[in-house]
Design a protein around this ligand. Structure first.
Ligand SMILES: Nc1nc2c(ncn2[C@@H]2O[C@H](COP(=O)(O)OP(=O)(O)OP(=O)(O)O)[C@@H](O)[C@H]2O)c(=O)[nH]1
Ligand SMILES: [Mg+2]
Length: 205
């Protein structure tokens, strides 16, 4: 049996980079448009109902939320800790322009300067797989990503699509994963991939 997540707990919230925990433990950052399912995915991965607060109202997550996650590798009988980071969604319209700008600035600063980030998980809505803002984010991350960091695309809400459309997404976005938080599809695969990259140091997919 491959490694799996056996424990998870809320660690802390930060509104800017200097409030984040000391760098040390490997970090997995979940980012994506508001309402795409970031908090829900964190809950699916950690097998918890409401560790991260999800909501049908976009803009629910407004701080950088840190979670302590424990993987257990049964073969090696070892436990490994890492951090999952739930970021506020981008593209949330219902705040003032200046506030949006402040958020964006501190988020950009955060994702660019935290060297302990091992993996960026970019969530995209399977129903809107080619949103220009997502293409921009992808390009943006690929510009500054370091040699010890990986980037993966995860398409959420796969339960809303037919097989034919899911196949099309995989063809257009090689290496992407498809998940459904509702039906718990693709979750284990992502759980293992995170372990392989962050803990085992395997090459990026
Ligand atoms: N059908 C379906 N709905 C989902 C899925 N994942 C999340 N949702 C729903 O989408 C809505 C938003 O989910 P959240 O997890 O709060 O989204 P978020 O990306 O954290 O949103 P912000 O915190 O606003 O950035 C909720 O109503 C969820 O129930 C999924 O895989 N399938
Ligand atoms: Mg959220």
């Amino acid at each position: 049996m491959p490694a799996r997540i056996v424990d998870a707990s809320f660690l802390t919230s930060a509104s800017k980079i200097d409030e984040a925990p000391a760098e040390g433990i490997g970090e997995v950052v979940f980012l994506g448009r508001s309402n795409v399912g970031k908090s829900s995915l964190l809950n699916s991965l950690t097998h918890r109902k409401s560790l991260a607060k999800s909501s049908s109202t976009p803009g629910k997550t407004r701080l950088i939320n840190y979670f302590e996650v424990v993987y257990k590798d049964d073969e090696a009988d070892e436990k490994y800790n890492l951090h999952f980071v739930d970021l506020p969604g981008f593209g949330y319209a219902k705040v003032s322009k200046s506030m949006k700008y402040e958020w964006q600035k501190s988020l950009n600063e955060f994702i660019k300067n935290r060297r302990t980030i091992r993996l960026f998980v970019h969530l995209r809505d399977a129903r809107h797989p080619n949103e220009p803002i997502d293409d921009d984010v992808k390009r943006y991350i690929e510009e500054f990503i370091g040699p010890d960091q990986c980037y993966i695309e995860v398409f959420t809400k796969s339960d809303k699509l037919k097989q034919k459309d899911l196949s099309k997404i995989l063809k257009e976005h090689p290496g992407a994963l498809l998940v459904s938080n509702l039906k718990k599809r693709g979750i284990e695969k992502l759980e293992h991939l995170i372990f392989d990259i962050v803990i085992k140091g395997q090459p990026c997919p």
